[in-house]
Design a protein around this ligand. Sequence first.
Ligand code: TA6
Length: 296
Amino acid sequence: DRCRGINGLEKVVLREVRGCSAEVYLYGGHVTSWKNEHGEELLFLSSKANFNPPKAIRGGIPICFPQFSNLGPLESHGFARNRFWIIDNDPPAFTTNSSNKAFVDLILKHSDEDVKIWPHRYEYRLRITLGPGGDLMLTSRIRNMNTDGKPFSFTFAYHTYFAVTDISEVRVEGLETLDYLDNLKNRERFTEQGDAITFESEIDRVYLSTPTKIAILDHERKRTVVLRKDGLPDAVVWNPWDKRAKAIPDFGDDEYKHMLCVEAACIEKPITLKPGEEWKGKLELSAVPSSYCSGQ
Ligand code: TA6
């Protein structure tokens, strides 16, 4: 379904037979909602989220492209999250094997304005799929369309905000013993200890060369969300906690308790594409009843 959402912005609603759903705003190519068959929201969206371009939407799955954070000359997290994407009704044949699934194809291309701040021509195709069973998949295909022979490089993240019942009861599994860059300590490199990650204060880290599977266990709700990624070696873990939350205008003071960002990303080693080359980065999310319910 294609309809108008908040502030009249266009959105697409994907539905699955058992009642799972997802919502995608064309503004930002931004998934703002993903619900399971019981109608429970699995993504966090701030009650203070602005749906006012050019502000990015706080929550859901912002797309960080062509720059993650402030690691380059562009605005933080790049510009894809505050551009109007269009629906691609005629995707190339190689992307059309999503039979039996609800999906939408979006496309973003360099505009004359953007070429002034990032001097490259590109074509970014984003397919968002809600599979049978309610799995949510995002596939990004980015192609260098430069005609001047020049390669380009970029960093990338699916800046996913997960809804959690109580952050202090959440564990993240799959990042044990890995190296990470700590954004709260000048991006210094540390090594994670052997236990699952738990949360009791602000965290902002880029875990490097992670496994393709990461699990977010919500003890209170007895639910696990499994994140699978492809083409995206790194994973960001972010929660602003109380002090920093107060400094973010479009984020409620206590909302940090109910969210956690775990972001499939490519940050440490930027992706470089020559003209005509294409990169693919995939994120797959599934929600399952948790086996972690014995309180250990
Ligand atoms: O992904 C973590 C991070 O880069 C943090 O440093 C934090 O600032 C957050 O993203 C939100 O960034 P934003 O530009 O959306 O306010």
